[in-house]
Each structure stands twice: as C-alpha cells, then as structure tokens.
Design a protein around this ligand. Sequence first.
Ligand code: IMP
Ligand code: MG
Length: 177
Amino acid sequence: MTAPPGLERILFTEEQVNQRIKEVAAEISAKYQGRDLKLIAVLKGAVFFLTALARAIEIPLKIDFLAISSFGSGAPGMVRIAKDLDHPIQDEDILLVEDIVDTGFTTRYLLQTLAGREPRSLGICTLLDRTARRIVQVPVDYRCFEIPDRFVVGCGLDFQQRYRNLGYIAVMDPEKC
Ligand code: IMP
Ligand code: MG
C-alpha cells in the first residue's frame, strides 16, 4: 500500500510483525493446550491482530468482539460498551486481544467489565505496549513489541480511521498529513 504522507520511519516490517506474532502464538498454544480458549478483541483496531494471531495459534479457539465508544469530554477512560459480546464468557479462558496498551485506561475498563462476567481466567495479549505513557497499571501477559513514545499506524492502528491496512508498524507525524 502507498505510504502515508506523514510517515517518518518503519518501526517493524511486515516480516518482523508476522514472525513475532508466530512466536507469541506458540507461547499461547502451549499455555492454553486442553483449555477452553476464547480471544476477545475490541473493534476496530485489534481485529487485524486478532485474525493474524488466531491463524497462528495451533489449538481450537473461539472469538468474539465488542466495540466501545468514548463519552463525556473524551477524558481518558471515559468509555462505554457500544456493541457487546455475542455470548457469555462464564467459565471460559479469556484472552483480551489489544492493538496497543497506552495509558492503560481502556484496558483497565475492559478487564473490569469482563472480570465481572466470571470467566475461568482472564489474560491480556497486546500487539504493542507503550509503557512510557502508562498511567494505570494493567497486567500484560503477552506482548509482541514495546514501542517508543511516538504515534504509530499500521496493523490495525489508525490515524483518523486510515492506515489500518498497512502490513507494517510505522511512526507518523500527524501534523504532516
Ligand atoms: P489507552 O486507553 O490510552 O491505553 O488507549 C488505547 C487506545 O488508544 C488504543 O486502543 C488505540 O485505539 C488508541 N491509540 C493509542 N495510541 C495510538 C497510536 O499511536 N496510534 C493509533 N492509535 C492509538
Ligand atoms: Mg483509534
């Protein structure tokens, strides 16, 4: 795909992303062998990662999706469920699949919401982790890459809804768009 106008540099190539997803998928396959794994992703950003991860995991699994939207003044963590999961998660082994854990507010909200539904276990798997900007601590069980404190696009991450379909992860300067 054509590179976005504000692209500064490629952080991880498509090959690096795919290779790392395979490694994390192997860890998950080993850990959840014989269990009742369900991957849950938040629309829309995490969908790209979820499908790549699911293809690379070698044990049977289920998937489900939810959507959230911000409310109020857009203050961090002010989110609500806009589309709920299709099915209950009680007594299932749930892995919340995230595109990026940034401040941690969104992830904490999701964890609290899902925990209330009594899954057997609840873990977090994220494509990107930007710990430099963390405000609330969340337990990340699996992460593909730690990234610097720069805005990124690709592999599901967007700038104004575009560039999700880039196969690589790139740093971009939104002011140059
Ligand atoms: P948090 O609640 O601050 O952890 O925000 C997480 C959400 O912010 C992610 O699910 C993304 O939708 C969005 N986000 C955070 N950083 C970036 C980025 O660098 N590029 C694109 N979206 C981002
Ligand atoms: Mg977004």
